[in-house]
Design a protein around this ligand. Structure first.
Ligand code: ZN
Length: 682
C-alpha cells in the first residue's frame, strides 16, 4: 500500500489548492523542542533520545525571539543553525516558529505601547507572553523584520517542513481595548455596515439613546458602570478575531513570498470552551489545521470532552486530516489541581486524536523545563529521566504511531450525525442580559455529543454553511443565532428523511443578536411547528417533572404547538400541561424541539430514541464504554477501539491489530485502558 506523502492546502492566499510534502513520513510524532533552555552538551542526548522515541518532527523557536534578535537589528543565528543542522542530520523535521508570541524585553522597553490594554484602560505589564496589541504598527513592523530574517536564513534548510506562525494567537491577547484598537474597530465597522445609519439600525441603538453620528464615536466595550449593547459586544468579538487574523495574514504573506514551497499554519485552541477567535474562519487561512488540546484533570468526562474537541478540529478542517500540535504527556501546571495522567492515559489521549483525523501527535514539550513559568508542566522527557512511566509510554506511543503510518492521509468515515456549532453564536449567547446566567453555550453540545459517542457513533461537527447531505440525525444545540439558508436546508433534510433536533434558545436572534419576532425560535418555528411565547428559566435547585418521566432543571419555556405534536409535557409548576418536547413529522423525517433542560440521563434517552428513529448505524458492534471510530483510505477501513474504562471490553471486527500485529476474527478484546486499531479485512 502506498502512503500519500503529500497533502493539499486550501489557504486563502493561494489561487488554487497547492500540494505540499507532509511534515513526516507517516503519522508525525514529536513536540515543542526548546533546546535554548539547556546547555549545548545536552543536545546530543536530545537527538539520541528522540531517535529512541521515534520522534519525526519538532516545533522549534516558538519563544526564541530575544535569543535570535538579541537587540534591535542585532541577530545571533548560530545556536539555531546548530539546532536545525542537528535535526536535519538526525532526519527529524522542524516546524519552525516565527517567535512573535514572545516579544523581546528590549522591544517592550523601547515601545511599551505595544502592550495590550485591558477593559479598565490599564496597560498590561510585560513579563508573560503574547502581550502585543494586534493593532500596533510598531509591533507589526518589528514582527515583519524577525519573520523575514528567519525566512531568508532557513527557507532552504533541509530540516524545515512547516512554518509555525506565532503561538496560540489570542490566548493572552484575545481582547485589547487600547486607542489603536478603538480606531481599528471603527474602520472594521465601516467596512461591515457601510454607513452609520445601517449600524444604528442593525444594533438598535435607539435603545438607551445610543444613536451614533460617526463610526469613530463607537467605543470598544470597555469597563463601564452598567452594560453595553450586546450587538456591540458581539461585533467586538468578531473584530478581535479579524484583527488577530490580519496579523496572521501579515506573517503568512511574508513567508509565502519568501518561501512559497513551505506550508504555513498556526496552532489553534479548538475545544468545547469559549474561544478567543473564530477558528472556523481561521481554518480557511492555513495550509493545514493544527490544534492544541489539554484535558482537565478534575473533569470525569474528560475523555468524552477530548473526543468532542478532536471532532471540532476535524470540523473546522472540513474533514481533512489535521495536526495535533500540542497536548500533554501527563500533568499541566495551570489548573487548580494538576494531577498526573493515569498509566495508559497518554497513549489513549493521543490515539483518540489520531482516530478522529489527526495525522500527527505532538506534545508540549520535549524536555521538561526546570525553570520558568511551566517548570511543573509535564513533557516527553520528564525531570526524573528515562526510567519513568512517562518515558516508557512516550517510546511505546512512538512505536504505535510508526505502526499506523499507512493511515496517513486517510479520513474519518462519514458519521451520519451532524452537530452544528458556530463561534459567533457562542459569543452572543454568553453576553450579559440573557434569561438566565445558567445558559452555557457548550453545555448541550458536550452532553449530546457524549450521548451519541458512547453509543458507538461518530458526530461530525459542522459549520452552519456546511452541506447536510447524507446526515440522518442533525443537531442544533443552543445555536443561538440564525444563519442564511440554514432553515431551508434543514427543512429539505427533514423532508428527505433526516431527524432534526433543535434545542432551546437556538435561532432566536439574527446575526446582530436582534430577536426575530412572531414567536420563538423565529428562525425555525415553521419547521418545528411551534410558537414559543415566554422563557421560564428555573430558579436554583428548582425542577419539574414531565409526563414521560424526565425531570427538567434550569430551563423551561411556554410554547404552543402549531403543526407539531407534544411528546412530553410538564406535570407541575406554572407550565403544567404544556409541551416541553415536541415533534413535527414532515415528509420522510421529523423536526424535534427540546424546550427544557432535562437531566443528562434523560438526554441520553432522547438521543437513543432519535438514533433508533434515524437508523444511524453503529461504527461497529461493541460493549458499552468503548469509543469507536473508523478511518478510511479508499476501500480500506481502520477501526479504532479505545477503552477508557478500568475493565476489559470487546468489539466485533475481523482483521489485524496494527498495534500488536495480532489477527482477529470476530470478537476483539480491548484490555482495560487499552486501544486497538484494526486494519479490517474485506
Ligand atoms: Zn490594542
Amino acid at each position: 500500500m502506498t502512503v500519500p506523502p503529500e497533502f493539499s492546502s486550501r489557504a486563502a492566499d493561494l489561487a488554487a489548492p497547492r500540494t505540499f510534502r507532509w511534515l513526516a513520513d507517516g503519522i508525525g510524532y514529536g513536540g515543542d523542542y526548546n533546546p535554548e533552555q539547556w546547555p549545548e552538551d545536552v543536545w546530543a542526548e536530545d537527538l539520541r533520545l528522540m531517535a529512541e522515541a521515534g520522534v519525526s518532527v519538532v516545533s522549534v523557536g516558538i519563544f526564541a525571539w530575544s535569543l535570535i534578535e538579541v537587540d534591535q537589528d542585532s541577530f545571533e543565528f548560530g545556536w539555531l543553525d546548530r539546532v536545525l543542522d542537528g535535526l536535519a542530520g538526525a532526519g527529524i523535521g522542524a516546524a519552525l516558529a516565527t517567535p512573535t508570541a514572545g516579544p523581546p524585553p528590549w522591544l517592550l522597553r523601547r515601545h511599551p505601547e505595544i502592550l495590550t490594554v485591558d477593559a479598565n484602560g490599564r496597560r498590561n505589564g510585560p513579563g508573560a507572553r503574547l502581550g502585543w496589541c494586534p493593532s500596533s504598527v510598531i509591533f507589526r513592523e518589528r514582527a515583519g523584520k524577525i519573520v523575514e530574517a528567519l525566512a531568508h536564513r532557513y527557507g532552504d534548510h533541509p530540516a524545515l517542513r512547516l512554518w509555525h506562525v506565532s503561538n496560540e494567537i489570542g490566548n493572552e491577547n484575545g481582547r485589547c481595548y487600547c486607542d489603536a484598537c478603538a480606531a481599528a474597530f471603527g474602520h472594521w465597522l465601516e467596512q461591515r455596515y457601510g454607513n452609520i445609519d445601517a449600524l444604528n439600525q442593525a444594533w438598535g441603538t435607539a435603545f438607551w439613546g445610543h444613536h451614533y453620528l460617526q463610526f469613530a464615536d463607537v467605543p470598544p466595550p470597555r469597563a463601564i458602570s452598567g452594560n453595553h449593547n450586546p450587538a456591540l459586544v458581539l461585533d467586538y468579538h468578531r473584530f478581535s478575531s479579524d484583527v488577530l487574523l490580519d496579523h496572521f495574514r501579515f506573517e503568512r504573506g511574508l513567508l509565502r513570498r519568501l518561501t512559497p514551497d513551505v506550508p504555513i499554519t498556526t496552532n489553534f485552541m479548538v475545544k468545547p470552551t469559549l474561544a478567543p477567535v473564530d477558528y472556523a474562519a481561521w481554518a480557511d487561512e492555513v495550509d493545514l489545521v493544527a490544534n492544541d488540546h489539554y484535558t482537565t484533570a478534575d473533569d470525569p468526562h474528560r475523555h468524552w470532552s477530548l473526543a468532542l474537541s478532536a471532532d471540532q478540529a476535524r470540523g473546522v478542517s472540513r474533514g481533512r486530516p489535521w495536526l495535533l500540535m500540542e497536548h500533554s504527556t501527563s500533568a499541566v501546571n495551570w489548573q487548580p489541581r494538576n494531577r498526573a495522567k493515569a498509566p495508559g492515559e497518554l497513549i489513549r489521549d493521543s490515539l483518540t486524536h489520531v482516530a478522529r483525523g489527526a495525522d500527527g501527535a505532538m506534545f508540549f514539550q520535549w524536555r521538561q523545563s526546570t525553570a520558568g513559568a511551566e517548570q511543573y508542566h509535564s513533557a516527553m522527557l520528564p525531570h526524573a529521566g528515562t526510567d519513568t512511566k512517562v518515558w516508557r509510554e512516550v517510546v511505546r506511543l512512538g512505536d504505535h504511531l510508526r505502526s499506523l503510518g499507512e493511515l496517513r492521509g486517510s479520513t474519518v468515515e462519514p458519521a451520519g450525525i451532524a452537530m452544528i456549532m458556530d463561534y459567533a453564536s457562542q459569543w452572543a449567547l454568553k453576553s450579559w442580559g440573557k434569561p438566565t446566567v445558567e445558559l452555557d453555550p457548550l453545555d448541550l453540545p458536550s452532553v449530546l455529543h457524549r450521548a451519541c459517542t458512547r453509543r458507538h457513533r461518530v458526530v461530525d461537527v459542522l459549520r452552519p454553511d456546511a452541506s447536510l447531505d447524507g446526515y440522518r440525525l442533525i443537531i442544533l444545540p443552543m445555536l443561538h443565532l440564525a444563519y442564511d439558508g440554514l432553515a431551508e436546508r434543514l427543512t429539505a433534510a427533514v423532508e428527505s428523511g433526516a431527524e432534526v433536533l433543535i434545542t432551546y434558545f437556538s435561532g432566536v436572534a439574527d446575526q446582530t443578536g436582534r430577536v426575530i419576532t412572531g414567536g420563538y425560535p423565529g428562525a425555525y418555528r415553521d419547521l418545528l411547528g411551534i410558537r414559543g411565547e415566554e422563557f421560564f428559566p428555573l430558579l436554583e435547585g428548582e425542577t419539574h417533572v414531565l409526563d414521560n418521566g424526565w425531570t427538567a432543571g434550569s430551563w423551561t419555556e411556554l410554547l404552543q404547538p402549531t403543526t407539531a405534536t407534544g411528546v412530553a409535557h410538564y406535570t407541575d409548576g406554572p407550565l403544567s400541561g404544556t409541551a416541553a418536547y415536541t415533534r413535527r413529522e414532515l415528509g420522510a423525517g421529523a423536526a424535534n424541539y427540546l424546550a427544557a433542560r432535562p437531566t443528562d440521563d434523560d438526554l441520553q434517552a432522547l438521543v437513543d430514541d432519535l438514533l433508533a428513529r434515524a437508523d444511524v448505524p453503529v461504527v461497529a458492534r461493541a460493549d458499552d464504554g468503548l469509543q469507536l471510530v473508523r478511518r478510511r483510505q479508499g476501500e480500506q477501513g481502520y477501526l479504532f477501539g479505545i477503552n477508557h474504562d478500568d475493565a476489559p471490553r470487546t468489539l466485533t471486527a475481523t482483521g489485524t491489530d496494527l498495534l500488536t500485529g495480532q489477527a482477529h476474527t470476530g470478537t476483539v478484546n480491548v484490555p482495560a485502558g487499552g486501544v486497538v486499531v484494526i486494519r479490517e479485512s474485506a
